[in-house]
Structures are given as C-alpha cells and as structure tokens.
Design a protein around this ligand. Structure first.
Ligand code: NAP
Length: 295
C-alpha cells in the first residue's frame, strides 16, 4: 500500500470513501464537460418521511449536480399506495429524459418492493437490483452492478489491497450487499476466495480471523471486534446502525484499527462510495440509452 496514505493511530491505512468519492465525482465531471455537457439525469423515488432516507437522497442529488448531471426527485407520502408508487416509477421508466432511476429502499412496510423494482428496465436500473442485472452479474455479463458492493471493490483497488487469491469473509448474505459483493470479488480476473457468513455461522470470530479481507455487512453494531481480525487484514465496514450515540458500523473501529492493515471509517467509508458508484452507473446508463457518447 502507498506510504503517503492517511493512517489511523494504530497504523492502519484509512480507506477514505469520502476522498475517493470526490475523486470519482471530479472525474465524472471532466467526462461530462468534455462531451459538451449532454443531459444526463438521475431520478430518485422516495416514499415516506424517514429522515436518514431523505438525507441519503439529498446527498445523491447534490453529488449528481457536482458531477455535471441533472437530477429529479419524486417524493411520495408515507401513505402512498402500491399503485401510486408503481405509477410514479412507471412514469420515470417511460420518460426519455431520465437515464437512471433509484428507488430508495427500504419502502414503508405496507409496500412490496418486488413489483416496483420489476418495473425498471435493466438500463435504467442504476442500483443494479433487478433480476436482469443480478442475472447478468451472476453470468459475468455487462450490466449495472449494485452500488454498495461496487463501492467496496473500488475502495480495495484504490487503496492497493491485494484481492487476487485473498481469503475474504463477508458477514451478511443479502441480495443488496453480501451476495453481489461475493460475486464481484470471486469473479474471474478479480479472484478472491470468498466465504459468506451469516447469523447461523458458528465460530464466526475464528472464521473471520482467517480473512485477508473482512467485510461487515450485517447491520449489527460493533459486532466485529479485534478478536475477529487477522493482523494486517483489510477491514471494510458496510453496516449502519443508528444508536443514541449516532451512526455506528459493524466494526468496532477503535479496537480493530490497532490490528488491521487497512480499515474504512464509519461514516465516511462505504456510504460515500455507494453514491459515487450510483453516479458512475448513471453515466453508463446514459451511454446504454444513446444519450451520451461511448467511452
Ligand atoms: P439485511 O438484509 O438485514 O442482511 C443482513 C445480513 O447480515 C443477513 O444475511 C444476516 O444473516 C446477517 N447478520 C445479521 N446479524 C448478524 C450477526 N450478528 N452475525 C452474523 N451475521 C449477521 O441487511 P442489508 O440490506 O444487507 O444491509 C446490511 C447493513 O448494511 C445494514 O446495516 C444496512 O443499513 C447497511 N447498508 C449500508 C450501505 C452503505 O452504503 N454503507 C448500503 C446498504 C446497506 P441472516 O441472513 O442469517 O439473517
């Protein structure tokens, strides 16, 4: 790893997602400007008044603007019906001025996300969550990969973590994070050896301690402690738990940074990278839809 990188008090390289996001947004801006600033538009759909979701969506719009892209926000009340949400998404799918659509999850409990996501075309599904894009990921075909897992791979690359041949343990098996991340890291050419752990995994700490790369994607506050970490390992925190003390990750940062070789902060690690990858996918969507010159 590069010696100029910021380090934690314990000497681990700090994998700064905010910094890498800014680099990616600046690069996107250069690409958009040098193409003559064609209209590239990300649309978001937010249902309900969950404060963190509102903040996430706002950040996505702000960063889209910084990247030289337009954005459109559709907001529906917490009482919105399944049909109203589906109509709103359907209208964006039909709108040729919109290139990427992000439905902010989770939806309120009374709504079923599956038929909503099912309306998205693979090109406009910049969150990479539809069956078609998931299938493409499994098959190794081009398509939009889910943004959070993609962001993890970008962080590992940017901070010089060796992935090929690395024993990798991902704690969490959701279709949003753990499973697609396992697919991305184990695909040919990336070549990590991946184990997916979950709530039924016995002896979790022993398993995690084998990992050269350890990813917490469980949503269980500070569950990954120093005893889970092999000295020198790269530790990536995806989990977000809201506690009275504020946002807490899956990784007990203070203890783990003294053992790890590299670590993401929380906040400021995987969250900003999710946004950066969403904007990269939006530019790719505009290219797929013929709204942007081929790269
Ligand atoms: P999810 O659907 O609830 O899945 C959580 C996974 O973690 C499940 O597979 C679960 O096991 C496993 N798990 C939970 N507690 C565990 C424990 N104590 N030990 C071992 N495994 C455990 O959540 P998700 O959608 O994948 O999200 C995971 C976390 O990432 C959440 O905190 C979410 O807020 C956060 N997130 C962050 C970003 C970002 O940008 N940083 C983006 C998306 C999500 P079972 O399958 O056995 O139940």
């Amino acid at each position: 790893m590069n010696g100029e990188m910021e380090r934690t008090p314990g000497g681990a390289v700090l994998m700064d997602g905010g910094r890498l996001r800014d680099e990616i947004v600046a690069e996107l801006r250069r690409t958009v400007d040098s193409a003559g600033s064609p209209h590239v538009c990300l649309a978001t759909v937010l249902v309900g008044d969950d404060r963190p979701s509102q903040l996430y969506v706002r950040a996505k719009h702000r960063k889209a603007e910084e990247a030289g892209m337009a954005s459109k926000g559709v907001e529906l009340p917490p009482t919105a019906s399944q049909a109203e949400v589906e109509d709103a998404v359907g209208a964006l799918v039909a709108d040729p001025s919109v290139h990427g659509i992000l439905v902010q999850l989770p939806l309120p409990d009374h709504l079923d996300p599956e038929p909503v996501l099912g309306l998205l075309t693979p090109e406009k599904d910049v969150d990479g969550l539809t069956e078609r894009n998931m299938g493409r990921l499994v098959r190794g075909l081009p398509g939009h990969a889910p943004c959070t897992p993609l962001g993890v791979t970008r962080l590992l690359k940017r901070y010089g973590v060796t992935v090929s041949g690395a024993e990798t343990v991902i704690v969490g098996r959701s279709t949003l994070v753990g499973l697609p991340l396992a697919l991305l890291l184990s695909r040919k050419g990336v070549d990590a050896t991946v184990t997916i752990a979950h709530s039924r995994t016995p002896e979790l700490a022993d398993l995690c301690r084998r990992a050269d790369i350890l990813v917490g994607a469980a949503g269980a506050a500070r569950m990954i402690t120093a005893e889970h970490v092999k000295p020198g390992a790269a530790v990536i925190d995806v989990g977000v738990s809201r506690t009275e003390a504020g946002i807490v990750g899956d990784v007990d940062f203070d203890a783990v940074q003294a053992v790890a070789g590299a670590i993401t902060p929380m906040p400021g690690g995987t969250g900003p990278m999710t946004i950066a990858c969403l904007l990269e996918n939006t530019l790719a969507a505009a290219r797929m839809l013929g709204g942007f010159p081929a790269g």
